[in-house]
Design a protein around this ligand. Structure first.
Ligand SMILES: Cc1ncc(COP(=O)(O)O)c(C=O)c1O
Length: 484
């Protein structure tokens, strides 16, 4: 079964070409240049609302949904999630500062991460809503900081439930005790020790538990085991006289149209170019179904352990933004080698703009004919002079021409946050909505790329802030842009 653009909520124009947010992808590429990120704003907002409403409807207690900024921290994208009623979950000082700049007050923010560094102090001093404590050293450090700042922060303990969702690798399952660094270990009794620590008078205020088991989860039953384990911990907490008022189950909800490759698929694909099959959207659970499974598991667990219903906190990232992002690239050259195959070389690929192409399935469409019959086989690569810069090995596509624009789908999650320059400027980002385009980030110029390189001819021996960089930039970036 192959994926169709309707699976993302996209459509075609009169000429049969791909439209995102009511605008032709080919036109957007022409107007803003490629590589180009396009955000389907209505799609993003709709999914943010859908996930919030699904959990509010399914869970009988209070629900608070926090957008995981690590997934896509483009300020305008974060702002879209915030205006749809999501609050921030941050793991770095950058994400914290960005949230504050976007007008969020600290009590709305959840602070997470395995080592928060300066963020921990900032969060405690500024009275963050919840601080998720990841280990013993951090527990002690947070207590010292709380005393130093004269605060009593509300904290959650992150539990490592030792669960690996189906199809996931141990090293990517963030709830695996062997494969991941996160949280207090359940099996060795660390979590019990951490709970016992709170039986002494402390400045830190224990309010609940947290876990996050991985990203891109496709089977809602994968939430059941970790949640049961989390509720067992809540029952233990009660025995220590601590009440779990908040249960934060992290994020991790997958999307119908993209998926992580299994270890075997990944190895086979790398070794032989055997392309894994696309995900099946018809088998993918809706937000409502995810919400029902989570809610039922918590309600039953609370009844079983005689616990009051906690506030349910979620931290989705991918499920909010993934499908709303499309990365447009232009085919610059096509090269055939007799008896071997054909390469289409685009102006951006995994090495330059889209790291997740290495380990996830992402559908690619020919924008001028997205429903065109996929009769030809191409290896789609990028323009970086490096073998790691590829989009797809042996991908069936309609016949391609130089100048064709390709749309790489599900580019909204973990793309821009992991992009690198690799000799090229970072692409622009535009939002498309109701047939209007809005620039969210302009394309990097030469001046942007050398701004931090303090010692260079563009500074003309004047301070790094001198406008010489801008002057040189204008001259060179003109050339550079035309070269792509
Ligand atoms: C603690 C935590 N919360 C939330 C998320 C967001 O996950 P997702 O984008 O899969 O929803 C992550 C992702 O790694 C995470 O580590």
């Amino acid at each position: 079964m192959s994926l169709r653009i309707e699976n993302w909520g996209f459509s075609t124009g009169r000429d049969g070409s791909l439209q995102v947010g009511g605008l032709s992808a080919v036109e957007l590429a022409r107007r803003f240049g490629t590589p180009l990120h396009v955000v389907d704003e209505a799609g993003l907002r709709g999914r943010a609302r859908s996930i919030r409403r699904a959990f509010q409807a399914a869970y009988p207690g209070r629900v608070s949904v926090h957008y995981a900024l690590k997934c896509n921290s483009v300020p305008a994208v974060v702002q879209m999630a915030l205006t749809e009623g999501l609050r921030p979950e941050v793991t770095t000082l950058y994400e914290w500062t960005l949230s504050e700049h976007l007008g969020v007050s600290p009590p709305e923010i959840i602070v997470n991460g395995p080592h928060k560094g300066a963020l921990l102090s900032r969060a405690i001093e500024a009275r963050a809503g919840l601080v998720v404590i990841d280990g013993f050293q951090e527990l002690v450090r947070a207590e010292e900081l709380a005393a130093g700042h004269g605060r009593s922060p509300r904290v959650l303990l992150r539990v490592n439930p030792d669960c690996v969702p189906r199809g996931m690798n141990q090293s990517t399952a963030t709830g695996s005790r062997r494969g991941s660094v996160f949280g207090f270990d359940l099996s060795s009794g660390e979590i019990e020790q951490a709970l016992a620590w709170f039986t002494q008078p402390r400045r830190l205020k224990f309010v609940g538990l947290h876990c996050h088991i991985g990203t891109g989860i496709r089977d809602r039953r994968d939430y059941v085991k970790p949640l049961r384990r989390l509720l067992n911990c809540a029952a233990s907490a009660q025995r220590y006289g601590l009440s779990v008022g908040v249960l934060d189950i992290g994020g991790g909800f997958g999307v119908p149209t993209s998926r992580e490759l299994t270890t075997l698929e990944f190895l086979r694909y790398q070794a032989t170019g055997h392309l894994p099959s696309p995900p099946r959207p018809d088998r993918f659970p809706s937000h409502d179904q995810f919400a029902r499974t989570v809610a039922e598991t918590i309600v039953r667990g609370c009844q079983h352990h005689r616990l009051p219903l906690p506030t349910l906190v979620l931290e989705p990232g991918r499920s909010v933004v993934s499908q709303a992002g499309v990365l447009l690239v232009t085919v610059g050259a096509i090269k055939s080698r007799p008896g071997v195959g054909t390469w289409a070389i685009a102006d951006g690929a995994a090495g330059t703009v889209a790291f997740p192409l290495f380990y996830e399935y992402h559908e690619v469409f020919l924008c001028r004919d997205p429903h065109g019959e996929r009769r030809c086989c191409y290896t789609l690569v990028g323009a970086a002079c490096h073998s790691a810069d590829w989009i797809y090995r042996r991908k069936r596509m309609p016949r391609l021409r130089v100048g064709d624009v390709l749309a790489i789908c599900d580019a909204g999650a973990y793309f821009t946050v992991q992009e690198c320059n690799f000799g090229f400027p970072r692409p622009a980002i535009v939002a498309a909505r109701d047939a209007n385009a809005r620039v969210l980030r302009r394309r990097q110029t030469f001046a942007d790329m050398v701004r931090l390189d303090a010692d260079g001819p563009w500074h003309d021996n004047r301070p790094a802030t001198a406008s010489r960089a801008e002057e040189v930039s204008e001259e060179i970036s003109e050339e550079v842009s035309h070269a792509y």
